[in-house]
Design a protein around this ligand. Structure first.
Ligand code: HEC
Length: 107
């Protein structure tokens, strides 16, 4: 008669489960992006749900956020020449905040 007694439980999984990442992009501040958008963009774009006055030929930020990914938005905002938009001289931090705000509208 033989009996086996070699079961070894894996303890690693329990430890891995404790290592929770928040995935928080600490650099971009969408609240500041909202403030920047109110100051620089709201005369033409609807930048928030419920905004009453803007140009009706200009896409809303919610539409824009649904149409472009973060990289495309940042590239667009960093480039100086647009067809019907003014030249916005935004810093990289301002662009990151605006992109965070715009993408936050569609989540
Ligand atoms: C003077 C009016 C005006 C202001 C101010 C303005 N925009 Fe625009 N924006 C436009 C127009 C018009 C378009 C549509 C572009 C076109 O059809 O050529 C547009 C398009 C865009 C697009 C989409 C680009 C595309 O390819 O469709 C983004 C992103 C954008 N604006 C971001 C911003 C941000 C961010 C601000 C503020 C920092 C801002 N805009 C301020 C008029 C404006």
């Amino acid at each position: 008669m033989q009996h086996e007694n070699g079961g070894f439980a894996g303890l690693g999984l329990a430890i891995l489960c404790l290592l929770i990442s928040t995935g928080n992009p600490a650099t971009a501040d969408s609240a500041n992006g909202h403030r920047l958008a109110e100051r620089w963009c709201a005369e033409c774009h609807v930048i928030a749900p419920g905004q009453q006055r803007a140009s009706d030929t200009v896409p809303t930020f919610a539409e824009i956020g649904g149409r472009f990914d973060e990289t495309a938005l940042a590239t667009f905002l960093a480039s100086p020449h647009h067809s019907r938009m003014p030249n916005l001289s935004l810093s990289r931090a301002e662009i990151a905040d605006l992109v965070a705000y715009i993408k936050g509208l569609v989540r």
